[in-house]
Design a protein around this ligand. Sequence first.
Ligand code: ATR
Length: 264
Amino acid sequence: MKKYFVIGNPINHSLSPKLHNYWLKENNIDAIYDKKKIDEKDLQTTISEVKEKKTEGINVTVPFKKSVIPYLDKLSPAAEQTQSVNTIILTDDILVGHNTDIFGFTQAIKDLNFNIKGKKILILGAGGVVPSIIFALNKMNVSKIFISNRTKEKAEDLKSQFYNLEVLDWGDINDFDVIINATSLGLNNESINLDFSKLANNKLFYDVIYNPEETNFLKEGKKLGNRTENGKLMFVYQAFEAFKLWHGIEPLINSDTLKILNND
Ligand code: ATR
């Protein structure tokens, strides 16, 4: 039986096994998808399992999307540009790192029927998933991307990859069309203690977090009269693209797929 898994730390919250195992079964593929909590020191041995064909593929989540890179032979162009890998596959005996988060975010925004072209965007956070979001937003021709992170240097560092970014002080919230929470605040029901009331209403509040379904950030956005969206579809579409890379099949996404991701 073929084996796949997702690595991260923490990993408990990951719904990847649920989704991939559902699709594996639906497509009659004899394989299993698991999750593994690992430490940085275990990265090399864990990834070498793919090269040794003990494992067919690995998904990578926080905080290893960048630190896996030295252990791979090759990166896809998007993974190279974002320095972020979330899917590993062995192709012709070459260990390749892909980035399917970009597709995930792009497709999720497309599904919203929200015309993001020409819009002013504010990203909160500068962690692992942010380069993929910036890459995707640039491709979607937004007018300007601002970024604000508690640790300002981390936001500044991203400017070497994305020259058109503008870094703001933490909490410097002015008028944006779209505000994206890419911090980890909300995973455990925390609030982001920032004042969003200066934004006019009818904006888009987007949270990368999908579990819980409605973070305090989204609750507040809604209360202030804005459109809100969580990261569930981004998650589903990044998994869709990884599944396609590994199995050569486009898995079905419908209301049943989304239902299996609901909290038990
Ligand atoms: P990593 O930084 O390891 O990639 P991540 O979960 O992708 O991990 O990123 C966490 C993000 O949430 C970071 O932008 C982090 O800000 P710092 O760079 O200042 O650490 C942000 N974050 C986490 N806790 C926060 C808090 N209490 N207040 C503000 N931002 C916070």
